[in-house]
Design a protein around this ligand. Structure first.
Ligand code: BMA
Length: 331
């Protein structure tokens, strides 16, 4: 039998990028053609936002939060050559049958995607007697194996670290209530097997300044830098018109990530433009993923805007790290 020749590995295309606008001193700036995805990008959805993307096999793959026409949020897979224009499936992701299914049900929202070695993990807000952290594993983005939920309800914003720490898988999360949660700090947990999670540690509390005075939650998978794990997160304040979600940045210790090394006191991005201030939920900037060029330190930040759109912003890694280090944290 003739041997088929192995497929040539595709070169990974450059991450999206646009330079900081002339005259701007902002540490994070927006993509001028925002938003990159809107309400009816697929027929079954009335809003697509709070979504995660990652490089895979010479392309980009995304797990998108799509709120269906019946109002329920679902996870959908999408593909792109440039990480800007996306082809999203109209059918939600299905998880391989088998195993104990009693912990699986209902909705799925606010996905994050994390590569650890050859495995890719999706973590998201799943339903099990309230919101909690669903976990699934894939190697090819064709077959998805649903693992045990990580925590008891109620919990949201589960974000894995991209390598084991102290030999264990590590995750940040935000214990919450079953509603709109008027409180919330970020916690760290570890697991030997992605099933049993423990050694929970408090990482950071909602802040002393208004912009993050109500609650905080992890955003994108942390980026490893020499100075620590670079964490982009959301911080929430209460206004007379409801919650306002902005973006913050902190550095966590590399080997003991429950120790905060630095944290910028102000937000690095606040709802400002129409697509962030107007939509299904006004005034929301909600980071869920980054693409990172390790060589030159460019970062593309994917964030949900007003619970309606997916938008993109940019930053230089080293500038962000240097800025955070101006705000050292002592516990
Ligand atoms: C949070 C989550 C997010 C949403 C945010 C603002 O509780 O539901 O998905 O973006 O509220 O509505």
């Amino acid at each position: 039998m003739a041997k088929s020749s192995p497929r040539k590995k595709r070169t990974q295309p450059e991450i999206p990028w646009s330079p900081r606008p002339e005259g701007s001193k902002d540490i994070v700036w927006r993509y001028p053609n925002n938003p990159i995805l809107g309400r009816r990008a697929i027929p079954c959805a009335q809003a697509i936002y709070n979504s995660a993307v990652i490089p895979f096999d010479g392309r980009y793959v995304g797990v998108f939060r799509a709120d269906h026409l019946n109002g329920m949020p679902n996870l959908h897979l999408g593909w792109s050559d440039d990480a800007l224009t996306w082809k999203i499936s109209n059918d939600p992701i299905t998880f391989a049958p088998g195993g104990d299914t009693s912990h699986r049900s209902g909705y799925g929202y606010d996905p994050r995607v994390c590569r650890i070695g050859a495995d890719y993990f999706i973590t998201w807000c799943a339903e099990y007697h309230g919101p909690t952290i669903g976990v699934a594993r894939t190697r090819d983005f064709k077959k998805f194996e649903r693992l045990e939920n990580a925590f008891l309800p109620n919990n949201r914003n589960g974000v894995l670290f991209p390598r084991r720490i102290g030999g264990k898988y590590a995750m940040l999360s935000r214990p919450s209530d079953g509603g709109h949660t008027p409180f919330g700090d970020i916690f760290y947990s570890e697991s030997p097997d992605l099933c049993h999670w423990g050694r929970h540690r408090h990482v950071m509390s909602s802040g002393s300044l208004w912009w993050e005075g109500v609650k905080i939650g992890s955003g994108a998978v942390p980026i490893e830098t020499e100075a620590g794990w670079l964490l982009l997160y959301h911080g929430v304040r209460s206004s007379c018109n409801g919650f306002v979600y902005s973006m913050g940045a902190a550095l966590l210790d590399l080997e003991e990530p429950w120790i905060v090394r630095g944290r910028i006191t102000g937000p690095i991005l606040m709802p400002e433009l129409d697509y962030e201030t107007t939509g299904s939920v006004p005034n929301v900037v909600f980071p869920c993923a980054t693409l990172h060029d390790e060589k030159d330190g460019r970062i593309a930040i994917y964030y949900g805007a007003a619970d309606t759109h997916v938008a993109l912003a940019f930053a230089w890694r080293d500038e962000l790290v240097a800025e955070i280090l101006k705000y050292p944290v002592k516990k």
